[in-house]
Design a protein around this ligand. Structure first.
Ligand code: ADP
Ligand code: MG
Length: 243
């Protein structure tokens, strides 16, 4: 079967600075890959290249076998199929929860309001958030806002979820409720690339963990292997530092 994502020798410069150095990675359908590594190693850039928030310079990224710069996608089509969630929830403060999550489907993807709202209520209910459909972001906790942001990312029924440190801004007691949602999405078969510093979560949820250093994947393995017996000293030192 065609892999869901094929990243082949991808290189990215910001100005003169080499940020991704011929990275290759294949993500299979229903697979969860966690990306770990020091700040500045290129994790966020790699995620953003997948759905073209950032355009890579060399190499190829295929989504379901099709190059991600193929004109048949268009950028909004690509970003509908590979949805990203950030550390900062980026909800619109002047719009209620239901409007926040139905805006893109209605405006960008031409879904009728009634259908978008049905879909929105269903996803919110699943996340224990339907009672907040008319609430404004400032009335919600950080964990609730992040659940809404994940709901919004799912509204376009993506094939892939890209999650960039989605619990990093949360108070520790709110991290669990967000990670539980990600775990349930994995159990349903969602394909995910997850940048995280939550090693316990990566151990539990990842099929494979990739350690990035200086813009490339230094090693990638099943979590039980990579965490207990890393192949590289650099991985070992990183794991020591953060656990
Ligand atoms: P990570 O997510 O692993 O912390 P990033 O992908 O954010 O790493 O950044 C990798 C490198 O690219 C860093 O040196 C960072 O400063 C640089 N960088 C990231 N985004 C930009 C940008 N938009 N313009 C210039 N440099 C950037
Ligand atoms: Mg980052």
């Amino acid at each position: 079967m065609t892999p869901m994502i094929e990243i082949d020798e991808v290189t990215k410069y910001f100005g003169q600075k080499l940020v991704l150095d011929r990275v290759s990675l294949t993500v299979n359908r229903h697979e969860t890959i966690c990306l770990i590594g020091a700040s500045g190693s290129g994790k966020s850039t790699l995620l953003r290249c997948v759905n073209r928030l950032v355009d890579h310079d060399y190499g190829t990224i295929r989504l379901d076998g099709i190059p991600n710069d193929d004109p048949s996608f268009g950028k909004t089509g690509l970003q509908k199929r590979a949805s990203i969630v950030f550390q900062s929830y980026n909800l619109f403060p002047h719009m209620n929860v239901l409007d926040n999550i139905t805006l893109a489907p209605r405006r960008v993807h031409s879904v009728a309001r009634a259908e978008a709202e049905d879909r929105g209520h269903a996803i919110l209910a699943r996340f224990g958030m339907d009672g907040f459909a008319r609430a404004y972001p400032e009335q919600l906790s950080g964990g609730q806002q992040q659940r809404v942001a994940i709901a919004r990312a799912l509204m376009t029924r993506p094939d892939v979820l890209l999650l960039d440190e989605i619990t990093a801004a949360l108070d520790p007691e709110l991290v669990g409720e967000v990670l539980a949602i990600i775990r349930s999405l994995k159990d349903e078969g969602m394909t995910m690339m997850i940048v995280t510093h939550e090693m316990a979560f990566a151990r539990d949820c990842a099929d494979r963990v990739a350690f990035l250093a200086d813009g490339d994947i230094l090693e990638i393995d099943a979590p039980e292997r990579l965490f207990s017996n890393p192949a590289h000293d650099r991985t070992r030192r990183f794991l020591h530092r953060i656990t």
